[in-house]
Write a protein that binds this ligand. Structure first.
Ligand code: MG
Length: 295
């Protein structure tokens, strides 16, 4: 039997309960992405981007359809009030779900032109929402409704708490997953040619390039998360790579399918939900995901 945990440093194994097992919670999807744990509902919501649906998985209830069609939603996060925020390839927009279930558009245009296809979104502790805008949702017929690229590039945008849109990062090739390591540090994965994750210094609505943070040696980093102690949990071709805040590998959770994204969740925030191609997987940990959200 292949070991699921592959330690690069011995302290890696302390991050997990003894006997931790990888469980495939659900399968038969085509491209799973964008998991987010919603404490108020006690479930994880995730996307099957290519199947044009979102799903939810609830302990004790299992898998249920969430939205069909989902207009090819991809990444999700919670805003500062705990409301669900979605990147929509099909609508080329970032949306927020209100209490009655309807969706409010937070961003769909920049300088009078449509966005490309928002991919992933993260909450900053000041309440702003930062999202990436590569072109996968208009380039790939199976991931959206098509369309022309109207922006001059693939940028990273910020939605201020008052709704004002700005565009702090314009120097990436294909910006994808993103996570705040702290209030002043953004980790940004680029799924373009360099396939690395980069560190930016954040000050309000400005971002300054610092350095390459890390690069996984199997596949690419798509989505990533940071835990409460500042460790980085990155998707990769062979599973989930766990790194120190400085980008040194601690070890990896080997998953039998390419991992696109992950989130922490469960009652105490220590359970890892992993979206990996055709499956949703679960792995228990002893650490909590970092959370800026109120709920
Ligand atoms: Mg992504």
């Amino acid at each position: 039997m292949t070991q699921v945990l592959q330690a690069a440093r011995s302290e890696f194994l302390d991050l997990f309960p003894p006997g931790a097992e990888l469980t495939r919670l659900a399968g038969n999807f085509t491209w799973t992405e964008g998991p987010v744990w919603i404490p108020a509902r006690g479930c994880v919501v995730f996307s099957d981007v290519r199947q044009n649906r979102t799903w939810r998985w609830t302990p004790g209830r299992g898998l249920e359809e969430e939205m069909n069609p989902s207009h090819h939603q991809n990444g999700h996060c919670l805003d500062a009030q705990g409301r669900l925020v979605a990147c929509s390839h099909g609508e080329r927009a970032v949306l927020r779900q209100e209490e009655d279930g309807h969706w409010t558009t937070l961003a769909s245009e920049w300088r009078g032109q449509h966005l490309n296809s928002p991919n992933d979104v993260a909450l900053h502790p000041d309440g702003s929402l930062w999202f990436t805008d590569p072109t996968y949702g208009i380039d790939k017929p199976e991931e959206g409704y098509g369309g022309e690229m109207e922006q001059p590039g693939r940028y990273v945008y910020r939605i201020a708490p008052d709704g004002t849109l700005s565009c702090p990062i314009v120097d990436r090739h294909k910006p994808n997953g993103l996570a705040f390591a702290s209030a002043t540090e953004l980790l940004l994965a680029d799924t373009g040619d360099d396939a690395a994750t980069h560190l930016y210094r954040i000050d309000g609505d400005r971002a300054a390039y610092m350095r390459q943070a890390f690069r996984v040696d199997q596949g690419k980093t798509d989505g990533l998360r940071v835990d409460a102690a500042g460790r980085i949990w990155s998707s990769a071709g062979d599973g989930v790579h766990v790194l120190t805040a400085d980008g040194e590998e601690l070890g990896r959770i080997l998953v039998p399918e390419t991992v696109a994204n992950l989130c922490f969740g469960g009652k105490d925030g220590t359970e890892l939900f992993i979206t990996a191609t055709t499956g949703l997987y679960h792995f228990p940990t002893r650490v909590q995901g970092q959370s800026w959200s109120f709920s």
